[in-house]
Design a protein. Structure first.
Length: 285
């Protein structure tokens, strides 16, 4: 996985493998490939980024959409909804990496990798890349489903690309949270319990599925300062699906793109060292 081997005859005539050192990038890609092969052999692992996003889009678009009014959106609630669902899905990148990392640690897979002549960071980098690819599948599936229900990108091509880039950057920040949780929790069940009780309130107490205008004041302030809200607002703005921001809205909704970048960089700078330390303590202790 982590080193190239060629056979070299020894003095006794027995062929011995010659190990050539490889760099961090190649090692990380090898681990990424291992994680993707795991998904290929267990396709049910893709349910959360294939069936679940389609179910969410159809459920909110056709069941709840008639009860939620968004005045000013070019194509009504269905178009306004898409940014929220994509923001929620990419936020759950932390959930994916936390469960996968905890399972690898419990099964001894990380210990086997550490016994090889590889950079310890390759395990985390490989897990991060595969998790981003995993989440990207969900974004693609939701984009296709959104086109089916009437969603359209009304901004420029460059703005559309920037919106998808913000989603991936946010997913990268969420991965460090997942690594921290996956390294700190001792079982997959504990990870599931913690992530469900934290990520669901965070993603729902925002402007993901309903405007914040009609919320009680204290909840509205919390929701509009929620980093998920700025991400979703930025994506909607870049795609041309946003609503006019009320004058009394909190600062992040008036400047969602720069706020999202600040949140992404800040969370990464804080969570990455903590996650690396927790992972080292868990795997070396």
């Amino acid at each position: 996985m982590t080193a190239d081997t060629t056979t070299r005859p020894s003095a006794s005539g027995i062929a011995r493998p010659e190990i050539r050192q490889t760099g961090l990038l190649r090692q990380s890609l090898a681990i990424t490939r291992r994680n993707l092969i795991h998904i290929k052999r267990m396709p049910e692992m893709l349910m959360d980024v294939t069936i679940q996003p389609v179910m969410f889009v159809l459920l909110f678009a056709y069941v709840f959409g008639g009860s939620i009014s968004v005045q000013g959106s070019p194509a009504g609630y269905r178009e306004w909804l898409m940014g929220g669902i994509m923001g929620q899905t990419i936020a759950f990148a932390s959930f994916i990496v936390a469960v996968g990392l905890t399972a690898d640690i419990d099964k001894g897979i990380v210990d086997r990798m550490r016994s090889l002549p590889i950079n310890p960071s390759a395990v985390l980098v490989g897990r991060s890349i595969s998790s981003l690819l995993h989440s990207s599948i969900g974004i693609l599936v939701m984009s296709l489903t959104g086109l089916f229900v009437g969603w359209r990108i009304r901004g420029s091509f460059a703005e559309a690309v920037l919106a998808y880039a913000l989603l991936l950057l946010w997913g990268f920040a969420m991965i460090w949270i997942g690594i921290l949780v996956g390294s700190a929790m001792r079982s997959v069940e504990a990870v599931n319990g913690l992530m469900f009780t934290t990520m669901f309130p965070i993603t729902f107490l925002a402007n993901t599925f309903a405007p914040t205008d009609n919320m009680p004041h204290f909840l509205r302030v919390i929701a509009e300062w929620n980093p998920i809200s700025s991400l979703v607002q930025a994506v909607r703005q870049l795609w041309g699906n946003d609503l006019p921001v009320p004058a009394d809205a909190q600062l992040p909704l008036h400047h969602p793109i720069i706020t999202t970048l600040i949140w992404t960089i800040g969370l990464t700078l804080v969570m990455a060292p903590l996650a690396i330390r927790a992972f080292a303590k868990r795997t070396q202790g």
